[in-house]
Design a protein around this ligand. Sequence first.
Ligand code: NAD
Length: 290
Amino acid sequence: MVAKIIDGHAVARQVREECRERVAALQARGIQPGLAVIIVGDNPASQVYVANKVKACTEVGLKSTVHRFAADTPDREVEALIRSLNADPEVHGILVQLPLPPQFNVRRVLETISQEKDVDGFHLYNVGGLVLGNTIFPPCTPYGVQKMLEYEDIPVEGQNVVVVGASNIVGKPMALMLMQKDATVCICHAKTRDLAQLTILADILVVAAGRPNLILPQMVKTGAVVIDVGINRLPDGRLVGDVDFEGVRQKASYITPVPGGVGPMTVTMLVHNTVQSAERLVPAEQLAEA
Ligand code: NAD
């Protein structure tokens, strides 16, 4: 068996096209959806991520505004900006680019964002909503994985899912989202004993550990769906995921490449969440007038 490669760019294109149409419909009613991005310090990776987010917004007609702060800015100053953005009717999504400098209380900053504009889905309210199955904004990376599974019509209900990685931004929300879809979910992490004993049971294996070559062919069931969220830069400059792509490809039914797999979906789902936020925040009477 040679796995079908799930093309993240193709799925992302489809989602962005839908977003573009929804933005156009909002603009026709006089509403310009907008995203505010806050970046503190000059972390080069963060600069690249923010530039990509701005580009994706522009592509679908979203207005994005970037607010830049020096690395030594007091956290209260950033929180004051967030409160003014919460009250700004032209802003429908607020995103704080992580990581923040060490003097920041990250949780307090994230909780300052209105839950109604929390398009990254990191506010406690939206995290709690994930547990209950009614979050407003699912976090972008696992949401992107869910869209990829839907795009390929891969059933989730009743499937054995193993998620490798238990972070707050990928592993944990991924597990909750697939459990909500009635999968049987197991979460593994760095302290898991005998990882292979668990991964071999997976019908769907989602890997987000940040460890190149963590998943080898002998750890994967024949016919499994393998989603590689990992992004690792090797000493020779190559970008790879957490899965031995060439080896596992010979055994899996579907596999995502790195780059070109989950990566393009993360930014796309941010755009999607911002459009959805704008639709939610439009007063009903304004829609009725249109
Ligand atoms: P993290 O460092 O916060 O969490 C990593 C998780 O993996 C932890 O739960 C840890 O216990 C687990 N882990 C580490 N080594 C392990 C091992 N040997 N066996 C089993 N579990 C192990 O990382 P994160 O922020 O969740 O990101 C994970 C990876 O996904 C990184 O490579 C990151 O770059 C990538 N990522 C990609 C996207 C995307 O858009 N494709 C988005 C976010 C993160």
